[in-house]
Design a protein around this ligand. Structure first.
Ligand SMILES: [Zn+2]
Length: 493
């Protein structure tokens, strides 16, 4: 204690002696807000630096180019804790980013005393901006809801859907309205989509209808691909489904054509889902999907460089993702994650029937082994030569930038086979898939510490007018505090 106090005193004196007082001016500089016309805020749900780095390094290895998100010139770290918890949920963090107020987990657009707080989107609308809210997950889910709804329970989807209609915002797009008839909360309520139509929204469902919207004629738009969320990026069939990048493009075209300033929030809503299920491959594809939307936004911002601000953040980290694992030491094999064939839901859909056919037996039979190989590229030791030859063929056929030698990493060790055998004995698809996921992720040099959120700060990147304000380390509420001031000076202009 004594020596620490002495050290601290010496350090302070040394610092005071070395640095002239004037250089501290920047510490307390009041931000000089400059007016902008177009503000695009993008949020990766569950996306912190590890998620960005995972997708970046995969993209670099396979395609020779990292993420666009990581090219933005300014970056800061954003702390995410909520009013009542060091580890936030998406409702409290969404509310913090949207309104500038820390609230309790599960609360949307209200403070800890359940008093309504205004979001930057509402403030922008009030000040003559057109407003767009987009998400790949359902549009009344916690993060998008924080920009237009006020409710002390994020699960009150029907009431949040009513707030969506009441907002009068110009564009809603991506996932559909969850619980649109309020079945779970009293039933027999009027369909949110009908309420939206009555309020003047052009409601379009599915790729064909959405692409057919006349953007010049529509007053307000509610465009959704599915009743629920969009397909995961790893599973999406681009012929039949729009991506979050497609929605972003449409929203920008629509809002820009209104000839007034706009504020847009785009959420990549399902990086979080893959963090919860510790699914690194799906996570990196989801992040790359959001990055496609970032590209669309960045292109727009480049064309309107003197009047735009693009800001990309996360609401919290999910899963305790880390790049590097005990058994792989200083090596990593992130490129091998590409051998995974689909999200956890899709893979469960292939594994569950095999268990059903076993009729309660629970052994690692040939069908299960084949499924493990087909869905993850993992090679059982008794099929080593044939398995590696098949992987080499695949690499050649698809022209993948993967070293032949690295493929050996996909051969299962005897202890890994034992774990998979034990998992089969549990006779349950979900348990089995979890064990295989763990082994596969770890073999690729990726680790997870949690099935929940963590308190890791997130990275916030920015470009454009006022972008420098988002450097340094600050609370998530500062994002909204700055954005609200920017909206005010922009409206006054
Ligand atoms: Zn979550």
């Amino acid at each position: 204690m004594k020596s620490f106090a002495k050290f601290a005193a010496v350090a302070v004196m040394a610092a005071a002696a070395l640095i002239p007082a004037s250089s501290f001016a920047q510490d307390k500089a009041t931000p000089q807000y400059k007016p902008v016309k177009y503000i695009i805020l993008m949020i990766g749900d569950g996306m912190s630096l590890p998620q960005r780095m995972l997708a970046d390094s995969y993209s670099n290895k396979l395609f020779g180019k990292g993420l666009t998100i990581n090219e933005l010139p300014f970056m800061g770290y954003t702390k995410t804790s909520s009013a009542d918890s060091f580890i936030t949920d998406s409702a409290a963090s969404g509310t913090a980013i949207a309104t500038g107020v820390k609230t309790n987990n599960h609360y949307i657009g209200v403070d800890p005393k359940k008093q309504r707080v205004e979001s930057v989107a509402e403030l922008a609308k009030k000040n003559g901006f057109a407003v767009g809210i987009l998400s790949s997950i359902t549009i009344n889910h916690a993060t998008p809801a924080s920009f237009y709804a006020h409710n002390d329970n994020r699960d009150n989807y029907y009431a949040i859907g009513q707030d969506l209609v009441k907002s009068g915002f110009d564009y809603f797009g991506g996932g559909g309205v969850n619980n649109n008839r309020g079945g779970g909360f009293g039933g027999n309520n009027r369909d949110i989509y009908d309420l939206a139509k009555e309020a003047g929204y052009t409601v379009a469902h599915g790729k064909k209808e959405i692409e057919a919207i006349d953007l010049k004629k529509a007053d307000k738009i509610l465009a959704y691909g599915h009743g629920g969320q969009l397909p995961y990026a790893i599973d999406i069939d681009k012929k039949n489904d729009l991506t979050i990048a497609d929605y972003t493009k449409q929203a920008i075209d629509f809002l820009y054509a209104k000839n007034k300033p706009f504020f847009m929030m785009v959420e990549g809503g399902m990086i979080d889902s893959h963090g919860h299920s510790n699914d690194a491959a799906s996570s990196l594809f989801e992040t790359m999907g959001l990055d496609e939307a970032v590209k669309v936004a960045y292109d727009f911002v480049r064309k309107h460089a003197d009047e735009s601000l693009l800001l990309i953040t996360g609401d919290h980290e999910t899963g305790g993702l880390t790049l590097g694992f005990a058994n792989t030491g200083y090596s990593s094999y992130i490129e091998l994650l590409g051998f995974q064939k689909g999200s956890r839901d899709v893979i469960r859909g292939r594994i569950d029937p095999i268990f059903r056919e076993m009729k309660g037996e629970g052994v690692l039979n040939d069908a299960l082994k084949q499924a493990v190989t087909d869905n993850f590229g993992l090679v059982f030791p008794d099929k080593r030569d044939a398995g590696l030859a098949a992987l080499r063929d695949k690499v050649r056929q698809d022209n993948l930038k993967i070293d032949q030698g690295v493929l050996r990493q996909l051969v299962l060790s005897s202890s890994e086979v034992k774990s998979i055998e034990d998992a089969a004995k549990q006779k349950r698809g979900d348990k089995f898939v979890s064990v295989v996921y763990g082994i596969f992720n770890n073999k690729c040099g990726v680790g997870w510490t949690s099935g929940a959120h963590t308190a890791l700060p997130v990275a916030t990147s920015s470009v454009g007018v006022n972008a420098d304000l988002f450097s340094g380390m600050y609370e998530n509420t500062d994002i909204s505090k700055h954005l609200k001031e920017i909206v005010k000076v922009s409206a006054a202009k």
